[in-house]
Design a protein around this ligand. Structure first.
Ligand code: HEM
Length: 162
């Protein structure tokens, strides 16, 4: 395996595979509360970039649901972090924010969608990843849409699976 590029060393705590340890909680004012499962994979090929894939699925039926993949970059010499993201819903997005220890806080910097994507349209996403003291990874996502203000949509914790 290639050596981890020193430019992304500060993100080494994300590397590997993660699986939700208990169902994630989905919410939004316009959506009945729901539960889901998700696997995360963070890999690298020696470039100054981390690659990721997030695959959510229905906890009972295992039916595939939301999927995202993309890349993570750090601005050299700073704690500024960027996630470059493609979502299966037809959304592409750049989220930027800060890396502080083993926590990343992000918000939408740029967003585009397919011309035929369904309403309501997402306008803004806030997202946080945090490695907890107990070794679990936690993700929280809030979003604003064309008809709702910024409100939590997802909360989930993961256990490292490799
Ligand atoms: C609904 C966006 C991640 C499951 C929605 C809606 C939007 C949205 C805009 C419609 C809200 C409305 O009708 O007012 C996003 C974004 C995500 C994301 C931007 C990532 C950043 C996920 C994930 C799951 C999920 C990981 C896990 C399975 C659902 C479900 C609904 C929903 C079940 C309600 C049914 C539906 O509209 O399909 N999401 N979502 N979402 N989302 Fe997400």
């Amino acid at each position: 395996a290639p050596l981890l590029n020193p430019a992304v060393l500060a993100l080494d705590w994300l590397l590997g595979s993660w699986e939700s340890d208990e169902p994630g909680e989905g919410s939004f004012p316009t959506v009945p509360p729901f539960r889901y499962s998700e696997t995360l994979h963070f890999t690298h090929v020696g470039q100054p970039v981390i690659n990721f894939m997030f695959n959510a699925f229905h906890t009972e039926s295992k039916k595939p649901m939301h999927r995202e993949c993309g890349f993570i970059r750090l601005q050299p010499g700073t704690n500024k972090v960027a996630f470059i993201i493609a979502q299966n819903s037809g959304l592409v997005e750049i989220e930027e924010g800060e890396l502080t220890g083993q926590q990343v806080s992000l918000q939408t910097h740029a967003l585009a969608r397919t011309s035929f994507s369904k309403e309501p349209h997402v306008q803004q996403i806030h997202r946080e990843f945090r490695l907890r003291g107990d070794g679990r990874l936690e993700q929280t996502v809030s979003m604003a849409t064309s008809d709702q203000p910024l409100t939590q949509h997802l909360h989930i914790t993961y256990r490292r699976s490799s």
